[in-house]
Design a protein around this ligand. Structure first.
Ligand code: NAD
Length: 256
């Protein structure tokens, strides 16, 4: 199978492109996978443990007329990451867009964070995107995109209890800004999208009272994965041609 031919019209601006979305089986990652596929990209999505959810996302993409493929990969495992990238290239013929979405978090008082937590969160949120970017960079060419999902906690807001998560997400700023410099001469961009409170398994809106939600952001509500996916799609397409090294908040005015 190869990716659909390019230039099929404006409603499919990503036609001919191939994307890999880590942690694409649920939440924000699934919304990104669906959105890039709707834009015409062939999408490989990695999952960690829930193949059933990943298969369901692929089914939805295919039912909507797109191309999807699910592959198991622990994002912190170099061999599995390289195999998932190689598999995407083998299946769809090329790689244009990497979305570093897979992530995890532990919240709690700084002095109570265990070494196991530190290792697990840094492996997933830092080592993972670093490895995936390395594996993808071997295939990306002119017009290539590396888009990482950070958090407004990386740069914009700080909370007690968020040290480990904020530390891990702040590392993506260093990775992204430096990749922008290093890969820019090859015509490859690297950007960060910083979500605010988005209603997913990681941060369920129904776990918070309506009053709390209303006061949390300027817009008075949690966002959806689709809100983040729209910005990722913009960066992935021609609209992102001259954007690199940037951090873009999709947080409903959480941080203002
Ligand atoms: P989620 O828990 O629903 O999804 C996380 C995804 O990452 C899942 O698909 C999971 O399988 C995958 N994953 C976790 N560990 C992995 C590993 N070791 N290897 C491979 N995949 C792994 O959460 P979400 O809200 O959809 O989060 C997606 C991204 O957005 C994460 O990077 C998260 O930190 C970030 N984020 C979320 C919010 C929010 O409010 N939901 C806010 C800011 C940032």
């Amino acid at each position: 199978k190869t990716a659909t031919a390019a230039g099929e019209g404006d409603d499919r601006p990503l036609a001919g492109k191939v994307a890999l979305v880590t942690g694409g089986s649920r939440g924000i990652g699934a919304a990104i996978a669906r959105r890039l596929a709707a834009g015409g990209a062939a999408v490989a999505l990695t999952y960690h443990s829930r193949q059933d959810l990943a298969d369901q996302v692929v089914k939805e993409i295919e039912q909507a007329g797109g191309q999807g493929w699910a592959v198991r990969a622990d994002v912190a495992d170099a061999e599995q990451v390289w195999a998932s990238v190689a598999g995407a290239v083998e299946r769809f013929g090329r790689l244009d867009i990497l979305v570093n979405n897979a992530g995890t978090g532990v919240l709690g008082p700084f002095e109570g964070i265990s070494l196991d937590d530190v290792d697990r969160v840094l492996r997933t949120n830092v080592r993972g995107p670093f490895l995936a970017a390395q594996a993808a960079a071997a295939h990306l060419t002119e017009g290539g995109r590396i888009i990482s999902i950070g958090s407004c906690m990386a740069e914009r807001v700080a909370f007690p209890g968020g040290t480990l998560y904020a530390t891990s997400k702040a590392a993506l700023t260093g990775l992204t800004r430096t990749l922008a410099r290093e890969l820019g001469p090859r015509g490859i961009t690297a950007n960060l999208v910083h979500p605010g409170p988005i209603d997913t398994d990681m941060n369920p809106a129904d776990g918070e009272s309506a009053e709390f939600q209303a006061g949390l952001t300027s817009l008075g509500a949690f966002g959806q994965g689709t809100d983040v996916a729209e910005t990722v799609a913009h960066l992935a397409g021609d609209g992102g041609r001259y954007i690199t090294g940037a951090s873009i908040a999709v947080d409903g005015g959480f941080a203002v």
